[in-house]
Design a binder for this molecule. Structure first.
Ligand code: NAD
Length: 336
């Protein structure tokens, strides 16, 4: 269906169809009713650090939710707030024709979509399935093919911004999929983010996300190294951060998410590196960057090194800490 949408759009010379202009094909009738019924229930699967505040922002905009998480405690708050909790992803698909998934890894996403009780078991024709997890672009493409076979639409829409941005609905969404469906996705994603960017075909949202996180890992390690060196040279860390942030070394890791305890309030380094974006997730994203670089024969010398550093951190007890704990890791490594 998606391919036919694209071809028809191109043939008509229109970049976007208005809902009225869409051809009256059986599946499309469902797509129209789905997208126009804006306050019909939205499915949400994966209520962790990110999914929890994202789902709450949909609630604030008046969307009733159909909730599922493999960890039942994650659903409790939503149940208490009157939202409907179901017992598997297939049941979400039975009750909602727009579903957002926010899961840790490719394996979890495959399970939620294609598993024994996965979304695809009961997905309705014309449903819009948006995956905001950060996963392998190749997996997104495979899921999109399977979803398309069921007459539904899949888009990848990974996010940048972290838990704080998820709470304040300031996430950036990088969206890949059929362009004609972008407006329907934007209606929901705009409730959770301040930037919703169309990147191209399915998988391109993930590609953008992987590049961003590789750069973030490199800049966080660089900031931690520079701050540590400055402290060893006798500089006050707050003063050093201030100078970096008015100089050419400034970056998000130094001015918004500084890894040194005591430099900033309200960031994981001020809270023993609890919450935020786990080192395990960063190691996972760097693994995705590594795979993509191998597949495309792209040199990522610093990206590969960053991958090894985060893998080593996970093996040495940092897996549950925020990724900015690389500063603490470097200090503990100083044995000579
Ligand atoms: P998380 O581990 O806190 O939450 C994931 C949730 O998914 C958990 O509640 C878990 O129980 C649930 N889950 C796992 N497998 C499931 C399944 N098969 N079916 C239903 N529920 C399942 O992870 P998070 O920090 O919310 O991150 C989610 C995704 O967003 C990851 O891909 C991550 O890389 C990405 N991301 C995270 C951040 C961040 O700052 N935490 C920022 C940007 C992107």
């Amino acid at each position: 269906m998606a391919a036919s949408l694209r071809l028809r759009g191109a043939a008509s010379g229109l970049r976007f169809w208005s809902r009225r202009q869409r051809p009256a094909v059986a599946n499309l009738a469902v797509v129209c009713s789905r997208s126009m019924a804006s306050k019909t229930p939205v499915g949400f699967i994966g209520l962790g650090n990110m999914g929890n505040p994202m789902a709450k922002n949909l609630m604030k905009h008046g969307y009733p939710l159909i909730i599922y998480d493999v960890f039942p405690d994650a659903c409790k708050e939503f149940q208490d707030a009157g939202e409907q909790v179901v017992s598997c992803p297939a049941d979400v698909a039975e009750k909602a024709d727009r579903i957002i998934t926010m899961l840790p890894t490719s394996i979890n996403a495959i399970e939620a979509y294609s598993g024994a009780n996965g979304i695809l078991k009961k997905v309705k024709k014309g449903s819009l399935l948006i995956d905001s997890s950060t996963i392998d672009p190749a997996v997104s493409k495979e899921l999109a093919k399977e979803v398309e076979k069921m007459g539904a639409v899949f888009m990848d829409a990974p996010v940048s911004g972290g838990v704080g941005a998820a709470r304040s609905s300031n996430l950036t969404f990088m969206v890949g999929g059929v362009e004609d469906e972008f407006a329907a996705a934007q209606e929901l994603l705009g409730c959770m983010g301040s930037n919703v960017v169309y990147c191209g075909a399915v998988g391109t949202g993930q590609a953008a996300k992987i590049c961003n996180n590789m750069l973030l890992a490199i800049s966080m390690i660089g900031t931690a190294e520079a701050m540590n060196l400055g402290i060893r040279l006798g500089l006050d860390p707050k003063l050093l951060a201030k100078i970096l942030n008015m100089s050419s070394g400034r970056c998000w890791s130094s001015d918004t998410y500084n890894p040194v305890p005591g430099v900033m309030d309200g960031v994981p380094s001020a809270n023993n590196y609890q919450g935020g974006f786990g080192a395990t997730l960063m190691a996972k994203d760097l693994g995705l960057a590594q795979d993509s670089a191998t597949n495309t024969k792209s040199p990522i010398l610093l990206g590969s090194l960053a991958h090894q550093i985060y893998r080593m951190m996970c093996a040495k007890g940092y897996s549950k800490k925020d990724f900015s704990s690389v500063f603490q890791f470097l200090r503990e490594e100083e044995t000579f």
